[in-house]
Design a protein. Structure first.
Length: 366
């Protein structure tokens, strides 16, 4: 890239960023100057406000910002707010299936290897990560992403504490410092504000601009993201609110696992485990629910229905059965969230696997 003898501040910043990223040294500036036929002094003056130390520049923070912080905030940062163990509890109803062994191996390795897990709603993406951490005794920091999630929510910010303004670490910094697994749940709901995690997804840590401190990842730190889409938006409109994620952001995830619903055998084991916990002893009902969900999913993939029954919803039905004592009512109340046409289709499909099932349920149950 060749410049004329005159160079604007923005040209200098863009050129240096392209070659060296956001952080560089005197040697880099001298090399850049020679490359473009411009004096070192000229270039260094253009980027003066980004100088953060002797022979060091950082394009993400200005000298003025650092000076203001040093003047305004003499109090120490708030200590990590979470003192207890963040290892998830083991769930006795959990059954491993699908990509679980691979996800577990990644977490077990303690290598930094960002992982993206995509799949339809309610198929155990989040639970699989939680239970892998539970089995391995690894700490997990879970962040539920929304369109409103910003840098302050993730990295941290200043908070009022006993009348004083002090820095409070966000969940990302908490995970970085603890060497924990950071779970970014529903990542495809995020806006471009999620790009504040770029350097973290490269395993380089993060510079806290507001307090002038660099946080390196501790051993074992990793990032796992879950989503209903692959970060390209929802073409069929099923997942309203999901966004198209920045390609450079997605490229920082080396692997993507496509999570399907468990097969009928695994799903039946899950329902049997839940049944035992809630005090329901009806193996035949569990089997019929699994046969039903399998038919619905095959019909969905063939375009026959517009929705599916998730594993999570089958668990809801078992729990409803334990509360209301009637299979018909349990199914009815748990599929009422669907539109009338879909609900009727589901009921008719269940009737095919359970000859004793009655399509209509009395509304007056006291």
């Amino acid at each position: 890239m060749a410049f004329e003898l005159k160079m604007t501040e923005q040209q200098a910043v863009d050129g240096l960023r392209k070659l060296y990223g956001t952080e560089f040294t005197t040697a880099d500036v001298r090399a850049f100057s020679a490359m473009n036929g411009i004096g070192y002094g000229t270039v260094s003056k253009k980027i003066k406000k980004y100088k953060v130390g002797k022979g060091k520049w950082n394009l993400e923070v200005t000298t003025e910002a650092v000076e203001n912080i040093e003047k305004s905030f003499s109090s120490p940062a708030v200590e990590p707010s979470v003192e207890q163990s963040l290892v998830p509890e083991k769930d006795n109803t959990f059954i491993k299936f699908g990509n679980f062994p691979d996800v577990r191996n990644i977490i077990k390795s303690k290598l930094f290897y960002p992982t993206f897990i995509t799949g339809l709603s309610g198929n155990g993406k989040t639970m699989g990560v939680e239970q892998a951490c539970a089995q391995l005794g690894r700490e997990l920091v879970r962040v539920n992403i929304t369109i409103e999630t910003d840098e302050d929510d993730l990295i941290g910010g200043f908070r009022l504490l006993d009348g004083a303004t002090v820095w409070h670490n966000g969940p990302v910094i908490e995970a970085l410092e603890r060497g924990a697994v950071l779970l970014l749940d529903e990542i495809d709901l995020a806006s471009n504000k999620i790009l504040c995690l770029q350097s973290i997804l490269e395993g380089k840590g993060v510079f806290l601009k507001k307090i002038g401190r660099f946080v390196k990842p501790s051993a074992g730190f990793n990032v796992i993201a879950t989503a209903n889409t692959k970060g390209k938006g929802s073409e069929d409109g099923r997942f309203i609110g999901t966004n198209v994620l920045n390609e450079a952001f997605l490229e920082r995830f080396p692997v993507t696992f496509e999570q399907d619903y468990p097969g009928p055998a695994s799903e039946q084991k899950i329902l049997m485990n839940v049944s035992e916990v809630v005090g329901v002893n009806d193996p035949k009902f569990c089997q019929r629910l699994c046969d039903w969900s399998d038919i619905i999913r095959k019909t969905f993939y063939d375009g026959g229905v517009e929705d599916v029954i998730s594993t999570r919803r089958l668990v809801h039905i078992i729990r409803a059965y334990s509360i209301f004592g009637k299979k018909e009512k349990a199914i009815q109340v748990c599929i009422n969230r669907f539109d009338d046409e879909t609900k009727q289709s589901f009921l008719e499909l269940y009737d095919k696997v359970d000859a004793d099932f009655e399509l209509t349920v009395d509304k007056e149950e006291n």
